[in-house]
Design a protein around this ligand. Structure first.
Ligand code: ZN
Length: 169
C-alpha cells in the first residue's frame, strides 16, 4: 500500500508540477496582455519635487510672482512656519504632482481650481500671513489657533462622535 501510495503521490506531484507550470505561463501571459491593454496600470511617475519645501521654493514662488507689498496682499518669507500655509502648500504640491503629466486640461484645472483659489486665501490680508510682512521682514503671526473651550456635556460629545443611535440612549 505504501508503494502504491508512493507511485500515486509521485504521479500527483508530476501532474501538479505540470499544472503549476501551465498556470504560471497562463498567468504571466495574462498579466502581460493586461498591462499592454491598460497602460494606466503603470506605476505613477516620479514626483518632480522631493518635498513641499522644494515645490514652493523652486517652483511656486517663481511661477506665481506677485507684488506682495501692496495693501491688498500679505506674504511671509517664513511661510514654512505657518501651519495652515504648509497644509495648503502641501495640498497644492500633491495636486500638481498628480495633474502635471496629464496631456489634457488637468493643468488648467490645477491653476484655476487649486492654485488660484489657494493663493487667494494665502495672500489675503486676513489669511494665515496676517501680522507678517515680507516688505518689513516681519514674522509675527496674528493668530496661532482659534480659541476654544473644552466641552463638558458628555451627551453632546456622544452625539458628535457619530456613535450615537436610539439604542445607545
Ligand atoms: Zn510669518
Amino acid at each position: 500500500m505504501s508503494s502504491t501510495n508512493g507511485t500515486t503521490s509521485d504521479l500527483d506531484s508530476d501532474l501538479a508540477g505540470e499544472f503549476a507550470d501551465d498556470l504560471d505561463a497562463e498567468l504571466s501571459s495574462g498579466v502581460q496582455s493586461r498591462a499592454q491593454a491598460v497602460p494606466d496600470e503603470e506605476p505613477p511617475p516620479e514626483p518632480q519635487f522631493a518635498s513641499v519645501y522644494d515645490f514652493v521654493e523652486q517652483h511656486l514662488v517663481l511661477i506665481y510672482a506677485r507684488n506682495v507689498n501692496k495693501p491688498g496682499r500679505r506674504w511671509c518669507k517664513q511661510w514654512w512656519d505657518h501651519k495652515e500655509a504648509m497644509s495648503r502648500f502641501e495640498a497644492l504640491w500633491r495636486a500638481y504632482e498628480q495633474m502635471r503629466t496629464d496631456p489634457g486640461s488637468a493643468m488648467s484645472s490645477w491653476w484655476l481650481d487649486h492654485a488660484d483659489r489657494q493663493m487667494a486665501v494665502l495672500l489675503d490680508p486676513d489669511g494665515p500671513f496676517d501680522g507678517c510682512s515680507a516688505e518689513f521682514d516681519r514674522h509675527e503671526p496674528a493668530a496661532d489657533y482659534l480659541p476654544v473651550e473644552p466641552m463638558t456635556d458628555d451627551f453632546l460629545r456622544e452625539l458628535m462622535s457619530g456613535n450615537y443611535s436610539e439604542g445607545n440612549r
